[in-house]
Design a protein around this ligand. Structure first.
Ligand code: UDP
Length: 265
């Protein structure tokens, strides 16, 4: 059982497709293009009562901008909304699940706009694309346009999940990664990887550095939602689960330093 789910300048393109061998030059990124999945919980802060904690958003924006300028990695961000609303929570209080999930998806748009604002204050051009059309606020999700933005050095923040209820934002992270040819999904959470057991309950639990999708299934280790897990497994897209609350970890993860747990085929 498990624990933890738990440059400007064009990025150099390689022949590496999704899930291809993770290769890295001394200064380059481990994967030329990635999806960074940011949990909404990482947008709130234990030290703050704010739903969207601007200090945390600013720190994350700085790291994403640094990864762009230092490593040249092309970055798509799929943003969660758990700091604002979760569909399952509304359902447990008697709400219609689809309506509650629509509220959750709108929460992700709020987070996406906050991140865009912070990134652009740091000089990093950013586009928000939403799976639910809202033309006055941001672009609709258009795959080819998203790829073009990435090629031009813009960060693309994917908002509103899949646009459909009954999912979490892990699934759009996996789907967008497959659609845009990302080399990996970097799943930023509040835990530093996948453990042999729940470290809160078992003091002997240790962090696993690498494992295969099949091992994770066999050992019932929870890496991400099963729909997303299956999609990454079938498309050979590695998943790196890492602690995004640890300062500097976004750049480290994109540079290929040994943070978190890497799940591969
Ligand atoms: N959601 C949805 N469809 C999607 C993505 C998200 O209905 O494709 C809703 C769902 O209610 C979810 C909420 O949006 O609980 C917020 O997303 P998530 O729970 O993934 O946020 P995170 O845990 O990453 O903060």
């Amino acid at each position: 059982m498990s624990s933890a789910q738990g440059p400007s300048g064009p990025a150099e393109r390689t022949a590496q497709g999704p899930g291809g061998p993770a290769e890295r030059t001394a200064q380059g990124p481990r994967w030329p293009r990635v999806i960074l999945k940011m949990s909404g919980e990482a947008r709130a802060s234990a030290a703050s009562d704010e739903t969207v904690d601007n200090g945390t958003v600013d720190r994350i924006a700085t790291e994403i901008a640094d990864a762009r300028s230092q490593l040249g990695v092309e970055i798509g961000v799929v943003i969660g909304g758990g700091n604002i609303w979760r569909g399952a929570a509304g359902e447990s209080e008697g709400m219609d699940r689809a309506t509650s999930d629509h509220m959750g998806m709108l929460g992700t748009v709020i987070n996406a706009l906050a991140l865009q604002d912070a990134l652009e204050r740091h000089g990093q051009p950013t586009r928000v694309q939403s799976a639910i059309e809202m033309a006055a606020v941001c672009e609709p999700y258009i795959r080819r346009r998203a790829i073009r933005h990435l090629e031009k050095g813009r960060v693309v923040v994917f908002a509103a999940g899949l646009g459909s209820p009954f999912f979490t934002t892990d699934t759009p992270a996996a789907l967008r990664a497959a659609e845009i040819g990302a080399g990996a999904v970097l799943k930023g959470t509040a835990v530093d990887g996948v453990y042999t057991a729940d470290p809160r309950l078992d003091p002997t639990a240790t962090r696993i550095l690498t494992l295969t999708f099949d091992d994770a299934l066999r050992q019932d280790l929870r890496v991400m939602d099963l729909t997303a897990f299956t999609m990454c497994r079938e498309n050979g897209i590695p998943v790196l689960v890492f602690d995004v609350m640890q300062a500097g970890n976004i750049v480290r993860a994109m540079a290929g330093e040994p943070v978190g747990t890497l799940v591969t085929r």
